[in-house]
Design a protein around this ligand. Structure first.
Ligand SMILES: Cc1cc2nc3c(=O)[nH]c(=O)nc-3n(C[C@H](O)[C@H](O)[C@H](O)COP(=O)(O)O)c2cc1C
Length: 337
């Protein structure tokens, strides 16, 4: 059944990355991060401006069991700019999950072939698919044939140092109809060790015509500029560095695209940004779970204030949302009494 959202999403294909790139913009995207890029965080980032946001990875089979109840696929009002990331290893299940996500109105679907976690690769999903390109191709084909919205792919350089096959995967993905290819410049066996090899992405960029997005270790405008230059890629994706700094992508994007820099919130304005994000997390998850989920974000926001450890621990242990908000607004007094 075509819902209103599906129709909008189909028309919203103009939002596909390739169109943005054709206009000369360098898109800067929010990376999918399990436990981080939920709807409240995607909204916090979107308020500052971002070309596209990616949901946390959701396993295809979980979606089909618990479908629309999953908070991970809550799309909110920014649904056209949201890619839902799917992980799985069975083409048929992946295609059914993709259809469900597309019917809910997502702007795009991203296929995860980069997750290094043992739990995921043990089930032959995530980066394990880089060891079986035939299987990878059949998953991509069945997802693409199930939906009309753009499908993108995210992977790593390869499984390990001796099997860096992201170029082959990119060529296959392009033939199947994938619209953009994001590469985290590490191998699966590196997990998060070493450095993201932006130069290695250049060879992949030169082998395909679809937009190539560089990911890994982009933390500020300087690293963004270098990652783009070394990789020759069309766009960038930022992950860990944006936690606690939802304006970072907008700042990087403005720098690369020579646009007006966003105002970086400081003092009272920063507190308002944090309070709004906190409030949204509590409404989204309910107070009990929300307080826990919020801690990992609060911790990173509090790093900016460089609070004494005792004060920051007090904050992070607090269970009562009202007290957290009150303490937040008292921060300027407590830092500069
Ligand atoms: C907490 C966390 C969760 C992540 N979850 C996902 C995920 O669900 N799907 C995915 O493709 N990558 C996931 N990643 C990897 C990131 O998307 C990204 O590729 C990686 O962190 C490197 O980019 P960065 O240096 O900008 O963080 C995750 C990373 C972190 C730190």
């Amino acid at each position: 059944m075509l819902t209103h959202r599906t129709i909008l999403a189909k028309n919203g294909v103009i939002l596909a990355l390739s169109s943005k790139i054709k206009t000369g913009r360098v898109p800067v995207l929010l990376a999918p991060m399990a436990g981080i890029t939920d709807l409240p965080f995607r909204n916090a980032v979107t308020k500052f401006g971002v070309d596209m946001v990616f949901s946390e990875m959701v396993a295809d089979s979980d979606l089909l069991c618990d479908g629309s109840k999953s908070r991970k696929i809550e799309l909110g009002s920014n649904f056209l700019n949201t890619a839902v990331q799917l992980a799985g290893c069975e083409p048929k299940i992946m295609s059914e999950a993709a259809k469900l996500v597309s019917d809910l109105g997502a702007g795009a679907i991203d296929i995860n072939m980069g997750c290094p976690a043992k739990k995921v690769v043990g089930g032959y999903s995530g980066s394990a698919l880089m060891r079986d390109l035939k299987k990878a191709a059949s998953i991509i084909e069945s997802v693409i044939s199930a939906v009309d919205i753009p499908v993108s792919l995210k992977a790593r350089l390869g499984w390990d140092e001796s099997s860096k096959n992201a170029k082959e995967l990119g060529i296959i993905a392009e033939k199947c109809g994938v619209q953009s290819f994001t590469i985290h410049g590490r191998t699966r066996n590196q997990f998060y060790k070493g450095k993201s090899d932006w130069k290695a992405i250049l060879e992949i960029k030169q082998a395909v015509k679809i937009p190539v997005i560089t990911n890994g270790d982009i933390v500020d405008v300087g690293s963004a500029e270098k990652a783009l230059r070394f990789s020759g890629s069309d766009g960038l994706m930022v992950g860990r560095a944006i936690i606690g700094k939802p304006w970072l992508i907008s700042q990087i994007s403005a720098y690369l695209n020579k646009e007006i820099q966003p105002e970086i919130p400081k003092g009272q304005k920063l507190i308002e940004v944090v309070a709004m994000h906190y409030d949204e997390m509590l409404s989204f998850y309910g107070d009990k779970l929300g307080v826990r989920v919020a801690r990992k974000h609060l911790k990173r926001y509090l790093d900016i204030f460089a609070l004494p450890k005792k004060l920051s621990d007090e904050f992070l242990r607090e269970d009562c949302p009202k007290v957290v908000i009150r303490r937040l607004f008292e921060l300027p007094k407590r830092i500069n009494p």
